[in-house]
Design a protein around this ligand. Structure first.
Ligand SMILES: Cc1cc2nc3c(=O)[nH]c(=O)nc-3n(C[C@H](O)[C@H](O)[C@H](O)COP(=O)(O)OP(=O)(O)OC[C@H]3O[C@@H](n4cnc5c(N)ncnc54)[C@H](O)[C@@H]3O)c2cc1C
Ligand code: SF4
Length: 582
């Protein structure tokens, strides 16, 4: 892994683009599932179950699994999966009854506590608020859990192509007709190398998008069909996580701690989790809402400040940080969900925004959405009808399932915090007693990047937020600078490839953003990909430079840059973090 050192400082930035004018291998498919996380794997498994039930009873109308494919951009299943994580078992009990006997579950939740932190003190909630009661849930590593789910899919005979990213949607008029996979063996100048392999065109009857948060093909689809025009804008948080090995006795396996307050001030939204796993492994992380006002805020630093709180430092003292990672998550809730089915396509899990932000849980919803999409796809295969009307059944299934019941009750939760922590708590209380309604049925929301303030209206010294701004220095024991943390993410990419962070117009970075917002990409990127380097030829003496190999695929830059000029596209398949055990 190359970290932080830009080997090409004086080169023009060259961005990844699909190779043009070449012949591509064509591959017919019944169903292509893009993304092998919980949603995609559950979808594949449920499809297999339905086909297995159908075939023995229908010898004259056999369905085949041979043309069902899962595309996963990571080299191995689960490598790009990062979560807290607590698993609500509801959907797994439906998908694989008795799964508890076989699945890699670290511990059943046995104890919860919620604290409000001040700079040095803590106030324990006398009772755990109902949404944060986790008895019956399991502490898991999502990485290990998805590996296990993937092994179940492989047993069914459905093919999982790992190391293949979906890079473009194929369209036939208004129908989604397939997926193009990434071109391999393209050099930094976008020229084919001797090992060049053109991406495949998978011509599919149904494309199922299960790419997780801010899916890149999902974004193409949403833009192409203006799917969010009457929805609330999606809003996001960024979760930064570390795994620690701690001395025994610090936290029991199955113990769950949530905190609110410090180090955030009342102007930012977010909170922390601490989960205990067997063998003295402790998972801790901080989710910061990507709607904070000060562009100098750095979510990786927020986690470092959190660890300096005496309560947290006490849990970690004498321990060792062993893994690091970061990922965004969609917070916007029910009103931000786009249409999830159309002509030839369906959207699942985080890509659709099916996450309960009040509980910080989306795995069970992703799995359930995968199951409902599989049931719809199965009916469509039987009828040989892949139209918007046929696949629209998935939308109806979601709306009459417990996914809607759960998300409807929290439909206004995150929007209630738009004006700060204390007003948010009031709204949350009111919503609790009105079935999620609060003061009106649909609270509006604003895209988080629009809530970033210009430097001109912010105090130079950072004011109350000073401790959250700029890079964490790190003491190397309890707290870490970004590059040290990044080293523990196992991130690796092919070095000789064009940048997969596509900046539409670098003049915006070099001439406007640097002055108006102080180049927030340097701060919100948890992997040090963006740097402003000295360049006397630029009007402000600096220009944007990229270290794409550091990218942990969190998607924050695609979401949060104030001018919306950055597009994340998949790098060559196989590259990215290695979230082993995360
Ligand atoms: C910090 C954090 C903590 C969380 N804690 C919890 C928790 O405790 N409990 C809980 O229930 N939920 C939690 N969540 C949410 C939960 O992780 C997600 O809701 C869930 O993982 C969504 O599943 P998914 O399958 O939709 O997406 P993902 O888990 O993101 O999986 C998507 C997969 O698609 C692949 N992919 C993406 N794009 C492409 C492409 N173009 N081509 C090929 N492959 C692609 C990715 O590599 C990945 O493997 C947390 C999330 C975060 C970020
Ligand atoms: S470059 Fe973008 S997607 Fe990659 S780690 Fe940085 S913010 Fe996340």
């Amino acid at each position: 892994m190359r970290i932080g050192v830009n080997l090409w400082p004086f080169r023009m930035l060259i961005f990844r683009k699909p190779s043009q004018g070449i012949e591509r291998p064509q591959m017919p498919a019944d169903i292509v599932i893009v993304g092998g996380g919980p949603a995609g794997m559950a979808c594949a498994l449920r499809l297999s179950q339905l086909i297995d039930e159908h075939n023995p009873k229908n010898s004259d109308a056999q369905l085949s699994k041979e043309n069902i494919y899962v595309l996963e951009k990571s080299r191995e299943i689960g490598q790009h999966c990062l979560s807290g994580a607590l698993l609500d078992p509801r959907s797994m009990c439906e998908l694989l009854p008795g799964f508890e006997n076989d699945a890699p579950l670290d511990a059943e939740v046995s104890k919860e506590a919620v604290y409000l932190l001040t700079e040095k003190g803590k106030l324990k909630f006398p009772i755990t608020p109902p949404p944060l009661r986790d008895h019956g849930n399991y502490v898991v590593s999502l990485n290990r859990f998805v590996k296990w789910l993937g092994s179940k899919v492989e047993e069914t005979g459905i093919t999982i192509f790992t190391g293949f990213a979906g890079s473009e949607l194929l369209l036939d008029g208004d129908r989604v007709s397939g997926v193009r996979t990434d071109d391999k063996g393209v050099d930094k100048q976008n020229q084919p190398k001797s090992n060049f392999e053109a991406g495949y065109d998978l011509q599919a009857k149904i494309v199922i998008l299960a790419e997780g948060t801010r899916g890149s093909l999902t974004k193409q689809l949403i833009d192409r069909f203006a799917l969010t025009r009457d929805r609330n804008p999606q809003t996001y948080g960024q979760g930064v996580k570390e795994l620690w090995e701690v001395p025994s006795g610090r936290i029991a396996a199955g113990e769950v701690i949530y905190t609110m307050g410090w180090p955030l001030t009342s102007k930012e939204y977010g909170g922390a989790w601490i989960y205990g796993s067997p063998n003295n492994i402790l998972s801790l992380g901080f989710v910061t809402g990507l709607d904070y006002p000060d562009p100098r805020l750095d979510p990786q630093r927020v986690l470092q400040e959190f660890k300096r709180h005496p309560f947290v430092a006490g849990l970690l003292e004498g321990g060792k940080m062993i893994r690091y990672g970061a990922k965004s998550l969609p917070y916007g809730g029910w009103w931000a969900i786009p249409p999830i089915a159309g002509n030839g396509w369906m959207i699942l899990g985080d890509s659709a925004g099916l996450l309960n932000s009040r509980r910080l849980k989306g795995i069970h919803l992703a799995i359930k959405s995968g199951m409902l999409a599989a049931e719809t796809a199965f009916e469509a295969l039987k009828k040989n009808d892949f139209s918007a009307a046929a696949l629209g059944d998935y939308q109806k299934r979601v709306e009459s399932s417990w996914i809607k019941d759960e998300l409807w009750k929290v439909r206004n939760f995150h929007q209630g915090f738009e004006h700060g922590f204390w007003r948010g708590m009031l709204h949350a209380g009111l919503q609790q007693f009105t079935g999620g309604r609060g003061v009106r049925d649909r609270y509006p929301s604003t895209p988080g990047y629009q809530r970033m303030k210009k430097l001109a209206v912010l105090p130079d010294d950072g004011g109350d937020e000073a401790h959250l701004l700029g890079d964490a220095k790190g003491d190397g024991k309890l707290t870490f600078d970004k590059l040290t943390d990044l080293y523990h993410s196992g991130t690796k990419h092919e070095e000789d490839q064009p940048a997969h962070l596509i900046i539409q117009d670098t003049d915006v970075c070099n001439q406007r953003c640097i002055k108006e917002f102080g180049s927030p990409c340097q701060h919100f990127c948890p992997a040090n990909v963006y740097e402003m380097v000295d360049d006397a030829t630029q009007p402000n003496g600096k220009r944007i430079s990229l270290n794409p190999s550091n990218c942990v695929h969190c998607k924050t830059c695609d979401i949060h840059d104030p001018y919306q000029v950055i597009t994340w596209v998949p790098p060559e398949g196989g590259g990215g973090p290695n979230y082993d055990g995360m």
